[in-house]
Design a protein around this ligand. Sequence first.
Ligand SMILES: Cc1cc2nc3c(=O)[nH]c(=O)nc-3n(C[C@H](O)[C@H](O)[C@H](O)COP(=O)(O)OP(=O)(O)OC[C@H]3O[C@@H](n4cnc5c(N)ncnc54)[C@H](O)[C@@H]3O)c2cc1C
Length: 646
Amino acid sequence: MPEKRAPSTSYALFLAALWRWLNVLWWYFPRVLAEATYPEVRPKDVGIPLKVREEDVGDADLPEEGQGVFDYIVVGGGTSGCVIASRLSESPDVRVLLLERGPVSDTFLSRVPLISTNFARANSPNYRWLPRAQENMKVDDSHADMAMVSGKVLGGTSRINSMLYTRGAGEWEAMARAGRKGWSFAEVYPYFLKSERALGAMSSRPGHGLSGKWQTRAYGHYLLPSYNPCVSAAQLVGLPYIKDLNSPVRAPFGVGDVDVSIDARGQRCSTYHAFLPAELAAARKNRLKVCTETLARRLVFSHGEKGPRAVGVVIEDEDEERAREMGRFVVRARREIILCGGAVGSPQLLQLSGIGPREVLEEKGVRVVKHLPGVGEHLQDHFGAAVQYLTPLTHSFHALEHTFFALRDILRYILFATGIFLAPIVQVSIFTESSLISSKDGTCTAYKVANASALDPDNVPDVEIMPIPAGLQVPPPPGEGGLSFLTVLATPFSKGSVRLASTDPRERPICDLGFLSDPRDWAVISKGLKLSLAIAAQMRKSGYALRDHCVLPMNAGEDEVKRFVKRQGRTTYHYSSTCRMALEEGDVDGPGVVDDELRVHGVDGLRVADASIFPKILSVHLQAPVVMVGEKCADMIKRSWGEVEE
Ligand SMILES: Cc1cc2nc3c(=O)[nH]c(=O)nc-3n(C[C@H](O)[C@H](O)[C@H](O)COP(=O)(O)OP(=O)(O)OC[C@H]3O[C@@H](n4cnc5c(N)ncnc54)[C@H](O)[C@@H]3O)c2cc1C
């Protein structure tokens, strides 16, 4: 017999649903109208027509006054670009132009956390392309699918990512030790706090910002049943439970819940939503031009005694037909141009503009403006491989493949802002150091370093394991659920590169991810996988019904591990470090592209501020650090132009 609800409970549920609906209506409809009137503009509205060949354009071809002239031009309205454009346009006396290749595309589905994370769905605003196949990752004459993905929309990758909010600590201290001025944890921490508005239980945790624009939260409960046994098992194999994985005090060696950038209404909080919503863009429309569906083709330079200075950008409509019809345009930056095109887009634009390794530019016939060997080199990502198990269907995201569960849960989400659609695909994570993992049985002695300081660069984890309630690489059979342990190199040694494929800015550059090209990474991934196997074995021992799906034996030999890793290896989409903040020459890890103020070496008026500037990949997920970089860069720019009192 179904349980009968007391009338008061039903009434309370009815009121809750009504309240939620009123909220949805109150929130949604003004925004639908707002999107229709988002004050976006196109190249013809902000530039002047280009009258010479794009290769020949110089200072003299740019406008002096009026249309086409701005103080700052931000190229790329992605995760950091939205932050920078928003902060720079706070001052009523400056004119800011933001150039973004993608659309605004603010639909209801694009805000539902789980749906918007599914970048494979139709109309998800992203680029997807294949990197160069790596010989060292070949198995049985073929390569695993490593498709690369990044956002192409206002808000960039923060519109499609998994919304995990992680900051790192020891990584920043390592930068300070390497000589980067202004980048110690104590110096970057205020910028993390500045952007953040922690909600609910998270707001009472020490160390979180409460009055910023970017909403973050913690759930306090798990949205799928496989998480609880997984967290218990992790503790039983030696990983202490960490209350705050972002704590700057205690190193995150253990298992803990991950904070997310989801707002109070249960919707994705991207940097577009937080920093450039329609109301703000409308209020500033005279001094901030948000130019969407616009491709920045190359930079324009003036050449003086001090060397080249970036003074303008050649732009055109992203749509090829419209671009042919309307032609190209140029815009001038009186003060600075800030590149925020991401770890692939920024080095590509620099190389197209003649800034990069001489041999790469000359091979493609690009005139060299500044030989800067670091541009596009040192591409890093958190390489991962997953062991996978089968679970009951309703314990995993695969339940949503069934109409009944999908409908039930979308209703739960719409009515009560609860249920699986609210979920980021990762709710729990495990960080550790591979040296603490036993190569015999995969158990971990992380509990022995429970009080290790997070700020010590030696305590930066080199392994992360994300339990994901889905079959990540190999889908489970119909009617079954899945649980994958995505095991990731948090501080990989391997690196690759981004190099022009051609001088056509629409063609994706050749990306060599360089995965596992440094032999030191093999030992780490192999230890990480053992820890994943040990957690799964412990879950089973504790009575949870996991069944093998795509796994390795604990005692697998080196060759077997290698074959498995090559087959199951994948990108985690954390592209980084292609315009490194380091000395132009003489840095032990390779040549740098930008200085400590993010200015491009040897070129005036040009900064880079996105995921490409990290000297090496951080051991955490990158969006919060990228937002911090945006905040700090905007502040440095304002200071250098006297907009902020020292
Ligand atoms: C699927 C996925 C899941 C992820 N999950 C997480 C997560 O859960 N947590 C986390 O911390 N990190 C995550 N990341 C990584 C993180 O989101 C990114 O590292 C970060 O958002 C990158 O920010 P960015 O500003 O460097 O670049 P982006 O946000 O990618 O912005 C670059 C923007 O520049 C535009 N652009 C590029 N070239 C041009 C041009 N020539 N002209 C005009 N516009 C141009 C692009 O269209 C884009 O909008 C994820 C990434 C992906 C792809």
